[in-house]
Design a binder for this molecule. Structure first.
Ligand code: COA
Length: 259
């Protein structure tokens, strides 16, 4: 598939995908959502890809939401399908068995905030602005914002942000756990590179199992989630990566997980 609204850069096995509709503040229209779907599916299947970073073109916006022009014409049946479609695409980001980081470089509103929340980790530039302003349009978030936001920041805070539709600064987002870290805009790429450098030095299977345990475990009763953890722990014990990691420790050397 050739992409009209995405730019892809492969940086040593880390795929940087840039949503590229700067004249519309990178708003997600149907075409762009379809391209993101194709992109994330391909990234999951490609064994030479180790991680994904999502960002927006320009210095003003990450993604300023779903395309309001398209939203405004939906009938109820189309609107439900629109919501389910976006939820499914964002689920694929969350469920990728490789780290997915949002490099939030500006407005992350509505679908943009939801896309960032579907990523495993979020690094924000100091000028980033988060929010779910859908209520101001007479809508509710449709790409799982009502679910991921309270899971990240707690029910009370999540509801307050959803009900007011107010903006959340990068600084506040860090304080309430909506983002992992904040940096100056020019440092965004380097900060994400550094974070991924630390993650990708670890056992890839272990990293992937952590993602799976957290993603699936949080939606299970605690006992079942712990059983899932034990099962993944057991599978890890059969891997060469565990053998390499533990041997390296005992031999007082650094492990080499990727050749
Ligand atoms: N959908 C469609 N177009 C959008 C958009 C969206 N979610 N967000 C911004 N745009 C477009 C604007 O319509 C404008 O297009 P135009 O130049 O053809 O008129 C362009 O992007 C620039 O936006 P503008 O509003 O002029 O920039 P600003 O700096 O004054 O304001 C925002 C920036 C983010 C505060 C403002 O664009 C905004 O509120 N966007 C909508 C956010 C939102 O409600 N998102 C949730 C949608 S469900």
């Amino acid at each position: 598939m050739s992409y009209e609204n995405l730019l892809i850069e492969n940086r040593n096995g880390v795929l940087w995908v840039t949503v590229n509709r700067p004249d519309k503040l990178n708003a997600l229209n149907r075409r762009t959502l379809g391209e993101l779907d194709h992109f994330i599916t391909s990234a999951g299947e490609d064994e030479t890809v180790f991680a994904v970073v999502v960002t927006g073109a320009g210095e003003k916006a990450f993604v300023a939401g779903a395309d309001i022009g398209e939203l405004s014409t939906l009938d109820p049946v189309e609107a439900k399908a629109f919501s389910l479609r976006g939820q499914a695409v964002f689920d694929r980001f969350e469920r990728l068995a490789k780290p997915v980081v949002a490099a939030v470089n500006g407005f992350a509103l509505g679908g943009g905030c939801e896309l960032a929340m579907a990523c495993h980790l979020r690094v924000a530039a100091r000028n980033a602005v988060f929010g779910q302003p859908e209520v101001k349009l007479g809508l509710i978030p449709g790409y799982a914002g009502t679910q991921r936001l309270p899971r990240l920041v707690g029910k009370g805070r999540g509801l307050e942000i959803l009900l007011t539709g107010r903006n959340v600064s990068a600084e506040e987002a860090e304080r309430i756990g909506l983002v992992n870290s904040v940096c100056d805009q020019p440092e965004l790429v380097a900060t994400v590179d550094k974070l991924l450098g630390k993650i990708l030095a670890n056992g890839p299977l272990a990293v992937s199992h952590c993602i799976e345990a957290v993603n699936h475990g949080l939606d299970l009763p605690f006992e079942d989630a712990c059983l899932l953890e034990a099962t993944l722990f057991g599978i890890g014990a059969a891997s060469e990566q565990m053998s390499e990691g533990t041997s390296a420790f005992l031999e007082k050397r650094k492990p080499v997980f990727r050749s």
